[in-house]
Design a protein around this ligand. Structure first.
Ligand SMILES: Nc1ncnc2c1ncn2[C@@H]1O[C@H](COP(=O)(O)OP(=O)(O)OP(=O)(O)O)[C@@H](O)[C@H]1O
Ligand SMILES: [Mg+2]
Length: 351
């Protein structure tokens, strides 16, 4: 097992700057989620770590060893690719055996390992099939199993759950987390799904156009986003952002407090809010409305609020078109610089 360190990694494809000075340190045994929108450079970074792509500049260390010049097979990393990359002409069994054969492991040991891992991924009855005779989800399980049989020092997983349906996906998340805890292998898991990232990561590295903009625990990146991109990429609905003259004010939809529920001693930023529409989603209610009063004309004055479905004051009794008093606790307010959109401690003017 090993830690992974990435220092100042840059990658250009001609005009396209896919990675811009990326620094990341992943301690031994950590489950790090790399989260970001399509095209931000996640797969490129994975391919550089595994050795399939060469960085334009910068260094990759695995277990404190500089691996820039090591070919992929000498890096002892197992990668699950976005498109699985199974061998189409080989049966599932031989797909799983392939990495072990190249390590010159005895065939009876190979079959024991495959039997154990196939059971783990419920592939026992599929070992004689070829990849094209499998569903997308089954192929994905073969790709994961092939990574596990190798017993690597690092796992790289590039959107390994994207082809599973919602139910299987949630079961696979659980399975994968348990598996990683049991084997304790350093894992980098790529996704563009923020729910998956929040649920699975020991830490999350959030990427945007070739750069890592924040690294932290799920709680840190959700509660204290480093910039407005992170603030709105995480959370459904995303953080509300109000563009005030001197700063951007942010707060999460779940942090609306109805005035009728808080006491006079509480320190809240108060505002008047007109409700346009209440959406019932089963496990929550989403309210769409706008700010009224002095902040009504600022950009971002359309605010979204969320609440539990059975909360009387927060949804059930709110009527379309009516206006209500709400507040947000000062500790739940976040501030961002108007020009750089980076988080700031507190603005120069009051709220
Ligand atoms: N071989 C290549 N040649 C030219 N441009 C490339 C190449 N590979 C990637 N790119 C570009 O680099 C950028 C990053 O691509 P990458 O595949 O790393 O994104 P990603 O974050 O994995 O996206 P997705 O979530 O869609 O898989 C994109 O703009 C992409 O078009
Ligand atoms: Mg990708």
């Amino acid at each position: 097992m090993a830690n992974v360190r990435i220092e100042g990694v840059t990658k250009s494809f001609g005009e396209v700057e896919a990675l811009r000075r990326v620094d990341l340190e992943i301690p031994d045994g950590e489950f790090l989620v790399l989260l970001g929108p399509s095209g931000c450079g996640k797969s490129t970074l994975m391919r550089i770590i595994v050795g399939l792509e060469t960085a334009t500049s910068g260094d990759v260390f695995i277990g404190n060893q500089l691996v820039n010049d090591l070919p992929p097979r000498e890096r002892d990393i197992a990668m699950v690719f976005q498109d699985y990359a199974l061998y189409p002409h080989l049966k599932v069994y031989d797909n799983l055996a392939f990495p072990l054969k190249t390590k010159k492991i005895a065939s009876d040991e190979i079959s024991k390992t495959i039997e154990r891992v196939a059971r783990m991924f419920e592939l026992t009855s599929l070992l004689d099939r070829k990849p094209r005779q499998l569903s997308g989800g089954q192929q994905q399980r073969v790709a994961l199993a092939r990574a596990v049989v190798r017993d690597p020092v690092v796992f790289l997983m590039d959107e390994p759950l994207s082809n599973l349906d919602a139910k299987l996906r949630s079961a696979a998340r659980d399975e994968l987390k348990r598996l990683q805890r049991n084997v304790g292998v350093t894992t980098i898991f790529v996704t563009h799904d923020q729910v998956e990232a929040l649920g699975m990561g020991d830490r999350i590295a959030v990427m945007d156009v070739g750069s890592v903009c924040q690294i932290g625990t799920p709680e840190q990146v959700y509660s204290y986003p480093a910039n407005t991109f992170v603030a709105t990429f995480l959370g459904t609905p995303p953080m509300n952002l109000i563009y005030c003259p001197e700063h951007i004010l942010g707060f999460r939809p779940e942090h609306f407090q109805p005035k009728v529920l808080y006491g006079p001693e509480e320190d809240l930023a108060e505002f008047q809010y007109r409700v346009h529409r209440v959406e019932y989603l089963g496990n929550q209610r989403i309210v769409y409305g706008t700010l009224e009063g002095t902040m009504a004309n600022m950009s971002g004055s359309d605010l979204v609020m969320s609440s539990l479905p059975d909360s009387v004051t927060y949804g059930r009794t709110l009527s379309d078109g009516k206006s209500y008093e709400f507040g947000v606790r000062r500790e739940d307010l976040r501030f961002f610089d108007n020009d750089t959109e980076q988080g700031i401690e507190s603005p120069s003017s009051g709220v």
